[in-house]
Design a protein around this ligand. Structure first.
Ligand SMILES: Cc1ncc(COP(=O)(O)O)c(C=O)c1O
Length: 540
């Protein structure tokens, strides 16, 4: 037998191995691909080659074509099933057949990682048993399988870290889903809100830009970071009340709140329930106002068959774990307006004027030949700043998770709708005690949650019921800030209120929500029903 020098054995080489390596006992020399260098004892990890016609079903199989070989030729009937990894002594390596190309070795190593990741996922995250009264019923949470983890492993192997190929893929999937032209990824939904709003203050918009002291209409029953950008940019938020049971801006109050100083409406589709888009658009058009849709809780909801997030000049999405899909932390801005998209990108990327992606240079061909501000002629465009910007980009690791999550979004939304219907049937017998949520007319919400208001006439309080749920390990949440004007951070600010905030205060005092997320199982929903009935039996 030809003696192979151990020092030369490297990953990606293919050898003929000369002793039986499966328990068939048949002595049949066969090709093996090396996947580790020899250890101190001379042992190597290999994958044993098998016949292509073997029945490998859905198993991961590494296939080598003639063009994949850097050196040598391999019989094209041979495949390497990833599960056939063995530690063998290198002294039975009989003959070197050749070496794979670098890109092919990369592909092989990634397949091995993917295989282990899949095994890890099944071992670590496969379905947990639900024991009523012992297991927690969360209101939200990340729902994922091995695909998200494999993408994440691949992104970490790329080690590109900042925006890259997964970001491109993720944004294209969002654009296709919503049918929009521009998707700009960010590191959170709050950052998306900040950027969408900041973009409207850009001098590039001329007279249309928002200026300090202008008024922006919003609601007080919402999430703080819909409002923070208005205050941070020195504009005046004008708060109006919401309607029950949609929890969305009251159109009547909105109309009354519009003044000659009003320039923008910045509101959310509350907990996935679209606001009255027709009426809001009628008012924005009539008064020439900007509209930003905070779509953070409504990714997948529709109004008259069209996705929310596609009606405003700009819209935002959040990918925090409680949301419709997750990237851990993450968000996006979507818009069909090219000018706004470029401004948002600039604010997101340090305020720079150049629009080359990370790693790109001189895509405009004028990198060193333009004049900006008082800078010398030809000053490097990469370092020209035309906005007072931030760095709020998403990493490719987050985008890799998001890309796999996007494939699940339609199913997730259906699951939210189904869970909402189940919860409605659980609560309906008690609707004399509760205001139950209702979709806005013409809307089909992908519900973020199941929101309930305890009627003031009920013989119990929200706290009584919420304590009962939580004592029984069922998670509840309030509608975020309640009446945000009553929060400590808002006590000394210059703010305007139009009309009364009666419903907003009612929400602060009497409203809570349960989850509708796709991680809820029929057993969990049944348990919620049991726990509710137990509580209600005291009042029948
Ligand atoms: C309506 C709304 N807007 C904005 C945000 C902020 O998103 P993020 O947590 O990704 O910053 C949230 C968060 O839950 C939200 O509910």
């Amino acid at each position: 037998m030809e003696q192979i020098s151990l020092n030369t054995v490297t990953i990606g080489e293919i050898y003929i191995y000369d002793v039986p390596i499966t328990d068939s006992g048949q002595h049949k020399p066969r090709p093996v691909v090396v996947i580790s260098p020899p250890n101190q004892k001379g042992d190597i990890l290999i994958i044993a080659g098998s016949s292509k016609i073997g029945n490998w079903g859905s198993e991961e199989v590494f296939q080598v074509m003639p063009q994949d070989m850097e050196e040598g030729i391999l019989n094209d009937n041979t495949v390497f099933p990833i599960s056939k990894q063995l530690l063998v002594t290198s002294k039975f390596l009989k003959k070197r057949i050749g070496l794979l190309k670098k890109t092919k070795i990369d592909q092989l190593q990634r397949l091995i990682f993917s295989w282990h990741t899949q095994l890890y996922h099944h071992q670590r995250f496969s379905k947990k048993e639900f024991t009523p009264g012992k297991s927690r019923v969360n209101y939200a949470g990340r729902v994922f399988d091995e695909k998200e983890m494999i993408n994440l492993v691949n992104a970490s192997l790329d080690f590109w870290l900042t925006e890259g190929r997964f970001s491109q893929d993720f944004s294209e999937k969002i654009a296709e889903f919503l049918g929009v032209d521009n998707v700009i990824l960010t590191n959170s939904g709050s950052s998306a809100n900040l950027l969408a709003f900041a973009a409207l203050t850009s001098a590039k918009l001329g007279d249309k830009r928002l200026k300090p002291g202008d008024e922006v209409i919003t609601v007080a029953a919402g999430f703080p970071s819909t409002i923070s950008p208005i205050i941070q940019n020195n504009l005046i938020p004008v708060f109006v009340d919401v309607d029950l049971p949609t929890y969305n801006i009251s159109i009547e109050e909105l109309e009354k709140a519009i003044s000659p100083r009003t320039r923008c409406i910045f509101i959310a589709h509350t907990l996935g329930n679209p606001f009255n888009v027709d009426e809001v658009l009628r008012l924005t058009e009539k008064h020439g106002l900007w509209l930003i849709e905070d779509n953070c809780d409504a990714f997948g909801s529709t109004y008259k068959g069209r996705y929310t997030g596609t009606f405003g000049h700009l819209a935002t999405i959040s990918f925090y774990p409680a949301h419709h899909i997750t990237t851990g932390e993450g968000g996006a801005i979507v818009t069909n307006d090219e000018v706004l998209a470029n401004i948002v990108r600039s604010f997101r990327d340090w305020g720079r004027d150049c629009y080359c992606s990370s790693g790109e240079n001189n895509t405009c061909g004028k990198r060193f030949s333009q004049k900006f501000g008082d800078l010398p002629m030809g000053y490097d465009h990469k370092y020209v700043y035309s906005e007072i910007g931030y760095n709020l980009k998403m990493t490719d690791l987050q985008a890799a998770i998001g890309s796999a999550q996007m494939d699940k979004l339609p199913l997730f939304c259906e699951s939210r709708r189904t869970n909402f219907r189940t919860l409605t049937s659980i609560f309906s017998p008690y609707n004399s005690f509760f205001i139950l949520p209702e979709a806005t007319e013409h809307a089909d919400p992908a519900w973020f949650s199941f929101i309930v208001t305890v009627r003031e006439s009920a013989p119990f309080t929200r706290e009584d019921l919420v304590n009962h749920f939580n004592n029984n390990l069922i998670d509840t949440r309030n509608l975020f800030a309640g009446n945000i004007l009553r929060q400590p951070a808002y006590q000394h600010l210059k703010l305007n209120v139009s009309g009364s905030l009666r419903n907003t205060d009612c929400i602060m005092n009497n409203t809570f929500f349960l989850g509708t997320y796709p991680g809820l199982t029929p057993e969990m929903l049944e348990y919620i029903g049991t726990v509710l009935r137990e509580f209600m039996s005291k009042f029948e």
